[in-house]
Design a protein around this ligand. Structure first.
Ligand code: SF4
Length: 275
């Protein structure tokens, strides 16, 4: 059976696998050979719930904006979004109550996490809406007038390259027809090569999805934004990595890292020594 572009069906490689390879190819090999997923922990579960909430919010954002029928001030706009988020969190909490309580995760804790992680995205949205309300754009006209649209937690998949992932945020600038991916980090340090790989992988998928060139992306940490140029060299590197990961299970185990700093916190030290 062939897929629509006449390439054999294959399991897509994830952007998480690309960054895992950048961290340590041998570790990714062990995880794939031994079929060892990372063990679910409290932080991962909280992260998953946050991603799910923001994705649902993004999917409903057009409806939220098209319901804005008067010149609200910024605080009121924040409250409109926050009410929507709290309702989503409540529903997700009830749907997953047993597992969340097993990890002692409370509804309030999830609300706090989502609000805090989404606060900068929320400011961006509220500012661009407020700018248009001042000029009397409401409801459908308000939605149509927004030059920059933000979509958070967008799931992407490239049929052409067999790649999938979820980008933290994209900005769509209607006036210039530009699509800009953002990777949000909590650290303020320098950019790592894995950040460039990650943004390039999203750009490849966005180009296929929107049929337009993606020239740059941003690594954002708080108010600090660093631009990454999406070059042909980076794209080639990502495509080569996809091929390596696709063939990883039929290849010899990758060598151990020469820098043991990463090994100290690796949960597969024992398996690594036995390879
Ligand atoms: S112990 Fe070090 S070399 Fe081995 S898999 Fe873990 S990070 Fe990689």
């Amino acid at each position: 059976m062939q897929n629509p572009i006449n390439k054999p069906s294959r399991k897509p490689v994830s952007v998480t696998e690309l960054t895992a390879w950048e961290y340590c190819p041998r570790k990714l090999f062990i995880q794939k050979i031994l079929k060892l997923p990372s063990k679910l922990n409290r932080a991962m579960l909280l992260g998953k719930i946050k991603h799910q909430t923001i994705e649902l919010l993004s999917n409903n954002e057009e409806k939220i904006i098209k319901n804005i029928d008067k010149d609200y001030d910024k605080l009121d706009l924040v409250l409109i979004y926050e009410k929507f988020i709290r309702d989503l969190v409540e529903k997700i909490f009830q749907d997953n109550r047993r597992i969340l309580e097993g990890f002692n995760i409370t509804l309030e804790e999830i609300n706090k996490k989502v609000m805090s992680d989404f606060s900068h995205d929320l400011k961006l949205r509220v500012s661009s809406i407020k700018d248009k309300l001042k000029f009397g754009f409401f409801k459908d006209k308000l939605w149509d007038s927004l030059d920059s649209l933000f979509i958070s937690e967008l799931r992407l998949e490239s049929q052409e390259h067999g790649l999938k992932g979820r980008v933290d945020r994209i900005e769509i600038v209607k006036s210039t027809n530009e699509i800009i991916p953002y990777e949000l980090k909590t650290r303020e340090e320098r950019i790592f090569h894995s950040d460039e790989i990650q943004l390039t992988a999203y750009s490849i998928m966005l180009e296929e999805h929107y049929r337009t060139k993606v020239a740059r992306g941003f690594i954002e940490s708080g108010t600090n934004k660093q631009e990454i140029k999406i070059t042909e060299e980076l794209k080639k590197e990502v495509l080569d990595l996809i091929e390596k990961i696709r063939n990883i299970e039929n290849s010899p185990p990758p060598a151990m890292l020469s820098n043991f700093n990463k090994c100290r916190s690796c949960e597969f030290q024992e398996e690594c020594m036995k390879l």
